[in-house]
Design a protein around this ligand. Structure first.
Ligand SMILES: [Zn+2]
Length: 279
């Protein structure tokens, strides 16, 4: 059951409803080489967020991250969420008290046997290249087939791939999704989310309030994963835009509240490209 829950939050999510380091592309020739193939397309003609987009995303709470410094917004949003959680009985102190025990349980439950042999080997090679870019040791990650209709998903210690969907995407969309999942692994988002949810179940009886803060927390984790993936290199920012185009074609703007709206995520990609914040 928990496994399904995890998939719902971070896998289906990344794919369907929705799922700071110095760029070191010189160290990774395969990515650099592949990236240059589509280099011409990464500067899209208009990176500005137009009035129509602002109108479409006005009701999305995460759209505030576009109006100001996104990193600062993420920090403020994290503080605000913990304030809200504390009011519902789940303080950072309580979280810390339970963290070790809950993470041990989480790790035990989410032990995935590696099934690399059942997956497309080019995909695995690409994932390993991108994980290396984000300083994640691929030897600690299990690779498994993903059965739900989403290209890619993660737990803290496994990456699950739906080969046929994954291979429908553009190269930049692929590397973006891997970079995004790398952030979930880096921050242990999946287990953190599970711990917060379990503590809330014990401490807060108001289902509506609980739902609201859990969704806000999920949107924050997704926005953070997007942001730290796309500030790595323009190809990842362009990949976010291309990934969202792909998802939009599959499911439109389906109003799911666990992620920022697709239009908001596209606008974030455009904003970062426009700022051209790549040293
Ligand atoms: Zn995600």
């Amino acid at each position: 059951m928990k496994k399904l829950h995890i998939l719902l939050i971070f896998s289906i999510v990344t794919g369907f409803y929705i799922v700071d380091h110095q760029y070191t592309h010189k160290k990774n020739m395969s990515i650099e080489k592949k990236s240059t193939v589509a280099q011409k397309s990464y500067i899209i003609s208009d990176n500005a967020i137009d009035a129509q987009t602002w109108q479409a995303i006005a009701h999305d709470p995460t759209s505030d991250m576009l109006k100001t410094d996104t990193q600062q917004w993420l920090e403020q949003e994290k503080q605000a969420i913990w304030h809200e959680l504390t009011q519902l009985g789940v303080s950072p102190k309580l979280f810390k008290q339970h963290e070790t025990k809950y993470r041990t349980e989480y790790n035990k439950y989410n032990e995935h046997p590696d099934q690399t042999n059942k997956l497309n080997q080019n995909t695995i090679a690409l994932i390993k290249d991108v994980l290396k870019e984000f300083n994640i040791n691929a030897d600690t990650i299990a690779f498994c087939p993903l059965k739900v209709r989403s290209p890619i998903a993660t737990t803290d210690c496994a990456i699950l791939i739906n080969d046929s969907m994954f291979n429908e995407m553009t190269h930049k969309a692929k590397i973006f999704t891997i970079g995004h999942e790398a952030q979930h692994i880096r921050f242990k988002d999946d287990s953190t989310f599970c711990i917060v949810e379990q503590l809330l179940d014990k401490r807060c009886a108001n289902a509506e309030q609980k739902q609201k803060v859990v969704e806000r927390f999920s949107r924050f984790l997704e926005a953070r994963a997007d942001y730290y993936a796309i500030i790595k290199h323009p190809d990842y920012a362009q990949g976010l835009i291309e990934f969202m185009d792909y998802m939009f074609q599959l499911g439109g703007e389906n109003g799911i509240t666990s992620h920022p709206l697709k239009k908001t995520r596209i606008a974030l990609g455009k904003k970062v490209l426009k700022q051209n914040a790549y040293a």
